[in-house]
Design a protein around this ligand. Structure first.
Ligand SMILES: [Zn+2]
Length: 143
């Protein structure tokens, strides 16, 4: 089948937003320090990621911060070939849901060289990453 003529148009999205982060600033400080942090309710023990400083089960602010050790197993994944506008310059990438040993599921990019080696249940490590100056995030890495 002949390939039709294709027009490719790429534009940079200028994404700006403002949100109050005073209650979760420790999460962003943790990323800069190389740590991924969640919160835990001191009353019922429920853990939260993304972190929240109020437990929606107990309706209390009696929560505390903790650092994830990062040990996780892969529950599911997908490869994104057509990225949303904000990631259009990243090429294709793998998004995974990992179950951390702390019992929390996290959705994140999976940084892996050989995508054919991805297996459900494989061990991964969640790590804080610096994508560029001033832009920190977190990703799973195959181990
Ligand atoms: Zn609670």
């Amino acid at each position: 089948m002949p390939i039709d003529t294709v027009l490719e148009d790429r534009r940079v999205l200028d994404l700006r937003y403002r949100m109050p982060i005073s209650q979760i600033i420790k999460f962003f400080e943790g990323l800069e320090e190389g740590k991924v942090r969640g919160t835990r309710c001191k009353e019922c023990g429920r853990k939260y990621f993304p972190p929240q400083t109020e437990c929606s089960t107990c309706m209390t602010k009696n929560t505390e911060w903790f650092d994830f050790e990062g040990d996780a197993s892969l529950e599911t994944f997908t490869t994104v070939e057509v990225a949303p506008t904000s990631f259009v310059n990243e090429g294709s990438y793998v998004v995974a849901i990992g179950l951390l040993k702390e019992g929390v599921r996290i959705l994140s990019w999976l940084n892996i060289q050989d995508r054919s080696s991805i297996k459900i249940g494989m061990k991964m490590k969640l790590k804080a990453v610096k994508r560029k100056e001033g832009y920190y995030s977190y990703e799973f890495f195959s181990i």
